[in-house]
Design a protein around this ligand. Structure first.
Ligand code: PMP
Ligand code: GLN
Length: 381
């Protein structure tokens, strides 16, 4: 394995899901729903296979899906996109992120990210020969320090890689915060790659604002979405990236040689799913909001200090009140000792000290599982 990939040998999610299977533990680690997506969406996939959409589709994505994505961005956010040139379908958001980084970074170029950050960012930047500059998001709140963000920019800054709603903190960036980020990106003539895979998972009235909707930002922003997250079908691995033609063309060039194209029948199914309208998404979100509340309550009762997330699938809980100082070790023992899996937040960080006692638990799971996990944690002693 090349040196630049050695630190990323196995993802924390694979490791934790393997431990969950080994110890038959309640898996609140990896963020995937333990129920299927809506029946209409599954039906659409069966229909697409029966209709014969089973050979290579166009590399850029099937026209029906590119149009549905453009319509979604227009209807929801007022973003105008030409589906012919400004939308690319990818094999999950993961491929969109990696191919954007590979398409835009020269060796030594810098990428500004907040930390904690989603694990594929560091690996993707490294794969592309880039250098990551991290700015901490601080709990509680969580917010960021404008001066620290400004100091992370340099002449080599090529990309700001943003994630809102944020995994793992559940933070939904406000318009004011996004304006600070946008101003710095424009000042330094940087591209923004905005990972918005949890765009539909916001709670308590928090509003998701795509940074591409801020003045002057559409022309420098690539926006990333994921059908896996949106429709609770994470195994389908259908994602997309949209933005100005020049950037989308660059990403398309790379994607051609990674996967060439993305699953044809599933693209047709996602096109149908996006056209089902907002009702189906609202149902998924309100069901998730209930489970968020359940997990927040259960973890609090078990003695954790919990910050209530405004978005995503995840709750971050501080285990310090339980005497935990090293959440990495604690999470490795938890499946066998208690029968529960969580993910230490410090694995999403370059400077892990500030987050050493934080654990991320996923709530996109059956209510029974959430109850059982909380019961086990409360009984842990
Ligand atoms: N970005 C973030 C922030 C994520 O949490 C995930 C995991 N779902 C992804 C990207 C990857 O999405 P996909 O499964 O569509 O590749
Ligand atoms: N995004 C999911 C999470 O944060 C994991 C996806 C994966 O396993 N790569 O848990």
């Amino acid at each position: 394995l090349v040196a630049r990939m050695r630190p990323y040998a196995e993802t924390v999610f694979s490791k934790m899901s393997a431990l969950a299977r080994q110890h038959d533990a309640v898996n609140l680690g990896q963020g995937f729903p333990d129920t299927d997506g809506p029946e209409e969406v599954l039906q659409a996939a069966r229909r697409a296979i029966a209709a014969g959409y089973n050979q290579y589709p166009p590399g850029q994505g099937v026209p029906a899906l590119r149009s549905a994505i453009a319509e979604h961005q227009h209807d929801r956010y007022g973003i105008d996109l030409d589906p012919g040139t400004e939308v690319l379908v990818t094999s999950g958001a993961t491929e969109a992120i990696a191919s954007a980084l590979l398409a835009l970074l020269e060796p030594g170029d810098e990428v500004v990210t907040f930390e904690p950050y989603y694990d594929s960012y560091a690996a993707g930047i490294s794969l592309a020969g880039g250098v990551q500059r991290c700015v901490p998001l601080t709990l509680p709140g969580p917010g960021f320090d404008r001066e620290r963000l400004a100091a992370a920019f340099s002449e080599r800054t090529k990309i700001v890689l943003l994630n809102t709603p944020h995994n793992p903190l559940g933070k939904v960036f406000t318009r004011e915060e996004l304006t600070v980020i946008a101003d710095l990106a424009r000042e330094h003539d940087a591209w923004v790659v905005s990972d918005e895979v949890y765009e539909h998972m916001t709670y308590d009235g928090a509003v998701h604002v795509p940074i591409a909707t801020l003045p002057g930002m559409a022309e420098r922003t690539l926006t990333i979405g994921s059908a896996g997250k949106t429709f609770s079908v994470t195994g389908w691995k259908v994602g997309w990236v949209s933005g100005p033609e020049r950037l989308v063309t660059a990403v398309t060039t790379v994607k051609q040689y990674l996967t060439f194209a993305t699953s044809s029948p599933l693209q047709h199914a996602v096109a149908d799913a996006l056209r089902l309208g907002p009702g189906i998404l609202e149902e998924l979100t309100s069901s998730l909001a209930l489970r968020r509340d359940l997990l927040v309550e259960g973890l609090t009762a078990a003695g954790f200090e919990v910050s209530v997330p405004q978005g995503t699938y995840f709750v971050v809980a501080d285990a310090a009140p339980l005497g935990v100082t090293d959440a990495v070790q604690w999470c490795l023992q938890l499946p066998e000792r208690v029968g529960v899996v969580g993910v230490p937040v410090s694995v999403f960080c370059d400077s892990p000290d500030e987050t050493a006692s934080l654990v991320r638990f996923a709530f996109c799971k059956h209510q029974d599982k959430l109850h059982e996990a909380c019961r086990r944690l409360a009984a842990m002693g």
